[in-house]
Ligand binder design. Structure first.
Ligand SMILES: [Zn+2]
Ligand SMILES: [Zn+2]
Length: 426
């Protein structure tokens, strides 16, 4: 197994993300497991994984270099305000934009210039206007890197770096197009020339629920109280290069309570907590909970089999989901999709996993329209009333699957493993 010792910091803040806790908890877990490896017949890799914060993608590079190739599972733990065994981390990608204009005397000959800063600011404001129309689990944020050299010169160059995030890698693509369009429009308005580069990013985190549940049981044995993961909306999630790892092998990225509610990450206040006794307690408890989970994997073959089975199933669902998305590929969607025969269900904002799991139970394909149709069909078989709990007011035109899910007949059809995946309690 592989224990990731993530280690990075934030410019000007330091450990505002508590990676000092992550790295040392990982090292502690790895050392404990190494001492037990021979007896348990296992093997542990303590892997230093740098460069997570600014898009450096340390784990992606290690993944590409084969560092995770012989791992059964990968684990790490991250400090946060509470203990939760899995969090819906978002896919992301960074964007570099530069506007090229034409310099001129800002007072005597401004008509001879093209203001690159104006172009960039218009693009920045277009992104701000776009935000109203994003889903809760879609984020765009950025900084201006260069806004000109002197206030009496019309800036001939201005640049910015943005980060775009969405619930899944697939959902990121149309959002990226919408963000880029903001800057293309601004360039067209001002006569500036837009240069852009997508700088790469991270996949969404697909936590292995079976392994996460084992971590939770161990955390509870240490006296920690866990928050129900279903109460953690994707709208409060960040991103991590552990997401890419989670696509390659069964992985967990639980969070461990270090700060009171209200203390937010990426701040100096959080950094102070990371250097406090509370941070030290997280190092010890995090190391123990990860090590105990590792021992479970080594000593309970049924657990590893279940972890692998879940990973295989979710990988199949991902492939089916991608096929569904490519079937309906087209220009980026600017407004809510047209409802055709009432096949769209509002609960797709919960994310692909929950929705695809439901589609699988209903015997249908993934992909939003298809899975809703499949669920309608399932509801039809059970004779259930057509009502979606997410949009109860919509009546017959909404998805019927949820009602089918509630019916005893559908409950009997549902395999136990699928139920565990949906609730995160296995
Ligand atoms: Zn961070
Ligand atoms: Zn972090």
């Amino acid at each position: 197994m592989i224990v990731c010792c993530e280690y990075d910091a934030l410019p000007g803040i330091g450990h505002g993300c508590g990676h000092n806790v992550i790295g040392t908890a990982g090292a502690g877990a790895g050392l404990a497991l190494a001492a037990l490896a021979e007896e348990a017949g296992g093997r542990v890799t303590i892997l230093g994984t740098p460069a997570e914060e600014q898009g450096g993608g340390g784990k992606k590079r290690l993944l590409a270099a084969g560092a995770f190739a012989d791992g059964d599972v990968a684990m790490m733990v991250h400090p946060e305000p509470g203990d939760v065994e899995y969090v819906p981390y978002l896919a992301n990608e960074q964007l570099y934009v530069a506007m090229h204009g034409k310099a001129a005397h800002a007072s005597s000959t401004p008509w001879a210039g093209v203001n690159a800063l104006d172009a960039l600011v218009l693009g920045y404001m277009a992104v701000a206007a776009l935000r109203q129309h994003l889903r809760d689990d879609e984020k765009v944020h950025g900084i201006i890197l260069d806004g000109g050299k002197a206030d009496n010169i019309v800036p001939d160059h201005a640049s910015a770096r943005f980060r775009v995030r969405a619930r899944t890698k697939e959902r990121l693509e149309p959002l990226k197009a919408r963000v880029l369009a903001c800057f293309e429009g601004a360039a067209a308005q001002t006569g500036a020339r837009l240069e852009h580069r997508w700088l790469g990013g991270y996949a969404d985190m697909r936590s292995n629920r079976t392994l996460a549940a084992a971590y939770r049981r161990n955390g509870e044995r240490l006296g920690r109280t866990f928050v129900d993961p279903s109460l953690i909306p994707a709208s409060i999630a960040g991103s991590t290069d552990m997401g890419d790892v989670s696509y390659a092998l069964p992985s967990i990225h639980p969070v461990i309570g270090m700060v009171p509610l209200g203390v937010v990450g990426h701040t100096e206040e959080f950094a102070r907590w990371a250097g406090s006794e509370a941070g030290d307690r997280c190092v010890i408890d995090g190391a123990k909970a990860l090590a105990m989970t590792g021992v479970d994997v080594w000593t309970r073959p049924d657990l590893l089999a279940e972890v692998r089975a879940e990973f295989a199933t979710t990988a199949t669902q991902r492939r089916a989901g991608r096929a569904g998305l490519s079937r309906r590929a087209g220009p980026p969607r600017r407004t809510a999709p047209a409802v055709s025969g009432g096949v769209r269900c509002g609960d797709d904002v919960l994310g692909e996993e929950a929705h695809d799991a439901r589609a699988a139970r209903a015997g249908g394909r993934a992909g939003t329209p298809a899975r809703c149709r499949s669920r309608r069909a399932a509801a039809g078989r059970t004779g259930a009333a057509p009502r979606c709990p997410r949009r109860p007011s919509r009546g017959p035109s909404s998805c019927r699957a949820a009602t089918a899910r509630r019916s005893p007949a559908s409950r009997r059809r549902r395999p136990p493993a699928s139920r565990a995946r949906t609730t995160g309690r296995s």
